[in-house]
Structures are given as C-alpha cells and as structure tokens.
Design a protein around this ligand. Structure first.
Ligand SMILES: [Zn+2]
Length: 143
C-alpha cells in the first residue's frame, strides 16, 4: 500500500508529463536563440505569451529606445508557468503556426506584475475613451 502511494507521488512529479514536445521529458530539441521574459497571458491551451524589453539603438540621436518583443511559447504541464512568472525560453522547431519557442525554466515571479498590467489596461481604456469622445464631437459638428 505505502509503496504504491510513494510511486504515485513520483508519478505526479516526473512520470505524468506525456507531452512529446516537452524539452525535459519529450523529444523536443532546443536550439537557436534564448531569452528571458515575463508571461503575460496563459489563456490558450499549453501556450503562454511571453514578453520582454529590449533596447534599440537610434543612430541619429545616439541613444537607446525601449522596445518590447512578444512571442507565443509552448507551456508544458510539468512547467506550468503562470501569468507574472519570469521564464527562460528557447527557440525550437515550429510547433504551430505561431509557436517557435518553448519555456525551459521558471526563474521567479515579477514583482508588481499585477500593478503593471492594471496600469497598462487603464491607459488603454483612457485612449479608447478619448477616441470615442472625438468621434462624438465630430458627429455633433456634422449635424
Ligand atoms: Zn515535461
């Protein structure tokens, strides 16, 4: 009885991952580029959207600007990254139309992730409001 229970626990940790596209338990080979970014969405099945910031050099102004990269990555059950996690991703063969990356490791949680997302959402809403207001003004003028 007890032995069975122990093996069951082991199954939960290791044996349960039957994903052939898992970089640890499956046959998926990782090669190419690797990045670290933050998971911003896990609403799709086995897929996470990972975003990170990069610096782009502008020669004219001799300084850097901030730009963001966003890719879809394969999120296996055994890794199970959640929104707000900082993850390491590796390039792999195309797994679907838009997935060429796989999450290899969860490094930690981003502090103030919720606050950042809420602030971003608020700014989006404000922009939308402004647009709709402009439209209203235009239509009133037209009348
Ligand atoms: Zn796995």
């Amino acid at each position: 009885m007890t032995a069975g229970k122990i093996s069951g626990k082991e199954n939960k940790d290791k044996g349960k991952c039957e994903d052939s596209n898992c970089p640890v338990h499956g046959r998926l080979k990782c090669r190419g580029r690797s990045f670290t970014g933050t998971v911003i969405s896990t609403r799709m099945q086995k897929t996470a959207v990972v975003e990170w910031e990069r610096r782009n050099y502008l020669r004219k102004y001799e300084r850097f600007e901030k730009r963001r990269s966003k890719v879809m990555t394969h999120n296996t059950i055994c890794i199970n990254a959640k929104e707000g996690d900082i993850v390491k991703i590796m390039e792999c063969r195309p797994l679907s139309k838009s997935k060429n990356f796989v999450i290899v490791e969860v490094l930690g949680k981003e502090r103030l992730f919720k606050e950042r997302m809420e602030a971003e959402e608020e700014s989006k809403v404000k922009k939308d409001d402004k647009k709709s207001d402009d439209k209203k003004v235009e239509s009133e003028e037209a009348e």
